[in-house]
Design a binder for this molecule. Structure first.
Ligand code: ADP
Ligand code: ADP
Length: 229
């Protein structure tokens, strides 16, 4: 089952008289349940592609079919709806609300989904148990270690049962040991049937995925499956 299909997408930025082709002609097919690492040098178009995949941006040309729906020409409001339903985001800098507890951070997307407080708290508690943080429900982000913060962010990303998890350098602010723990967590989530797309600069981190897509100059330079030994 194909969850992502992009066909010859381009994205250009026009600044004054200069036109920057951030994506030239990128085609990609991702099946439900794949774990894909997106790599490539700085400026190769990874963020631009992730923004399009996450429905934060639309291509200047070509089509993006997400779960059977063409989202290439949607309005801001339509994209926001798709994002809330289909996409879970994990960031390098965690992006948690500093004054809110782990529980409230994880429950937040459920407010937008119109779910009552009792159910929000139950589901957020379970999500935090699932990432091993049952003893940290009422801690605020600055009372948690980096790895624990990223676990909270992963729980938040999963809370709406999204079709896809997009993780942009999720280990970029973590030490090696903690990075391996977070990758183990993503592997568990992948084993549960989730589709994950991960941007990383680190080959060791990318090896946790099953497929590596390498970009250069706004093009896919290589797309290979990883042989697990
Ligand atoms: P990466 O994430 O691989 O570092 P990006 O997608 O951020 O690459 O950038 C691809 C190219 O597009 C770069 O040349 C970058 O300077 C340019 N670019 C990215 N975002 C913008 C923007 N908002 N406005 C203008 N140029 C941009
Ligand atoms: P870890 O060893 O998991 O990387 P730390 O060494 O940062 O974590 O912290 C050890 C434990 O103390 C963690 O479980 C964390 O939740 C808790 N902790 C750390 N800083 C604070 C704080 N400022 N207030 C309350 N608890 C904290």
């Amino acid at each position: 089952e194909e969850i992502i299909k992009i066909k010859n997408i381009g994205r250009k930025y026009v600044i004054g008289t200069e036109v920057i082709h951030a994506l030239n002609s990128v085609s990609l097919s991702i099946q439900k349940g794949e774990f894909v690492a997106l790599m490539g040098p700085s400026g190769s178009g990874k963020s631009t592609l992730m923004n399009i995949l996450g429905c934060l941006d639309t291509p200047s040309q070509g089509d993006y079919i997400l779960n059977g729906t063409n989202v290439s020409h949607m309005t801001e409001n339509q994209l926001a709806n798709i994002r809330n339903k289909e996409i879970g985001f994990v960031f390098q800098t965690f992006n948690l609300l500093p004054r809110s507890s782990a529980l409230d951070n994880v429950a937040l997307p459920l407010i937008y989904a119109g779910i009552n407080k009792k159910e929000r708290d139950e589901r957020a508690t379970q999500a935090l148990i699932n990432v091993g943080l049952e003893h940290r429900l009422h801690h605020r982000p600055n009372e948690l270690s980096g790895g624990q913060r990223q676990r909270v962010a992963v729980a938040r990303a999963l809370i709406n049962n999204p079709s896809i998890i997009l993780a942009d350098e999720p280990t970029g602010n973590l030490d090696t040991k903690t990075s391996i723990e977070i990758m183990g967590l993503l592997e568990n989530i992948h084993s549960g049937g989730n589709t994950i797309i991960l941007v990383t600069h680190e080959e060791d981190i990318a090896q946790h995925a099953h497929r590596i897509v390498r970009m250069r100059d706004g093009l896919v330079e290589d797309d290979s499956l990883i042989k697990k030994t």
